[in-house]
Design a protein around this ligand. Structure first.
Ligand code: BDR
Ligand code: CA
Length: 321
């Protein structure tokens, strides 16, 4: 059993990552932090709470994190995720929104204390899975360096070659390269699932058919992926949308389903052309020590089997209620 903390900016693929983290038999999701990215942090927080409530996991704590990057304002991503961050094709939010709720105390301290508690109870490192920009994670490591020995970090982000928001930069890293630099320099055990891998996990018509429309929840998931398909067609010319974020959850649960290689990864922060690039020393040409285990490929069929099983489990839980 893996104890997972998800740092996210829901988002359509983040919502699928929440489903996998909540309903995979080897995963125990202990909490969620939200960050701005796909939409404002107010919206990503509302979406995280709405998705968790909709999949029968409304008791999982959600802490609202940073509203912007460490140094610069962050652009949001309505062109891919809509105005709410989690729109359906009718332009309305897919999941019923709950009233905003502010937990007591300072979110960063609450987060650190929850991680400490789990570490003390289980004696095992918590897997922190970061599927948005790395702003929250960089602050955690900077303010509470003692957590470094108590966590592992797996991120969805970066690219070895072609980017998606810049020619060579990927959205989550480009949104806050300074934060990414802090994380990649931190010395924490780190893994990265880049675009080269997530672009192989496509929600094809066969996958949509397997999800089916036999219940309101399954229809909602279909609608979510159809919205994502349309925006990916319009913006990137993809036939089918890539399901980035659940791959980072899967890497924690089944690292053996991936090929990966430890290498040096540095974050470009100065260049006008390539700010936010994850510079991956694939062939070890520099003398710099490896700092990241980079996923190179994934067994896509096994990924989809796990994802569809999690959707089925969520559907069953909802129907029992
Ligand atoms: C990443 O950007 C976001 O829009 C997605 O949720 C994913 O985390 C892909 O580049
Ligand atoms: Ca995301």
């Amino acid at each position: 059993m893996k104890h997972i903390w998800l740092d996210c900016d829901p988002g359509h693929d983040d919502a699928m990552a929440l489903i996998l983290a909540c309903h995979h038999p080897e995963s125990r999701l202990i909490g969620v932090t939200t960050v701005a990215g796909n939409q404002s942090v107010e919206k990503t927080t509302r979406n995280a709470r709405a998705v968790l409530a909709a999949i029968g996991c409304g008791q999982i704590p959600v802490f609202k994190g940073q509203s912007s990057a460490i140094l610069k304002a962050m652009p949001f991503c309505a062109e891919i995720h809509g105005e709410s961050g989690l729109d359906g094709r009718d332009g309305k939010p897919l999941f019923p929104l709950l009233a905003d709720e502010e937990p007591d105390g300072f979110w960063l301290l609450n987060w650190k204390e929850t991680l400490d508690k789990v570490w003390k109870e289980t004696g095992e490192k918590v897997d922190l899975v970061a599927i948005g920009s790395l702003t929250n994670v960089a602050l955690l490591l900077t303010l509470f360096p003692e957590v470094k020995s108590r966590i592992r970090i797996t991120i969805m982000g970066g690219a070895m070659g072609i980017g998606n928001t810049g020619p060579v930069a990927e959205f989550n890293i480009e949104n806050d390269p300074e934060a990414a630099h802090v994380v990649f320099e931190s010395g924490v055990e780190l893994a990265m699932v880049p675009l080269e891998v997530t672009h192989t996990a496509l929600a094809t018509p066969e996958i949509l058919a397997a999800i089916g429309d036999s219940s309101p929840f399954r229809r909602k998931i279909q609608e979510m992926l159809l919205f994502f398909r349309d925006t990916y067609r319009d913006v990137f010319g993809f036939d089918d949308p890539p399901l980035h974020d659940p791959l980072a959850v899967l890497f924690v649960l089944h690292p053996d389903w991936f090929q990966s290689r430890k290498m040096r990864v540095d974050i470009e922060r100065a260049s006008e052309l390539s700010r936010g690039q994850t510079v991956c020393d694939v062939h070890g040409r520099s003398s710099r020590l490896a700092n990241c285990n980079v996923a190179l490929s994934v067994d896509v069929d096994r990924f989809w089997k796990s994802m569809l099983d999690a959707v089925a489990k969520a559907d069953g839980v909802i129907q029992e209620k």
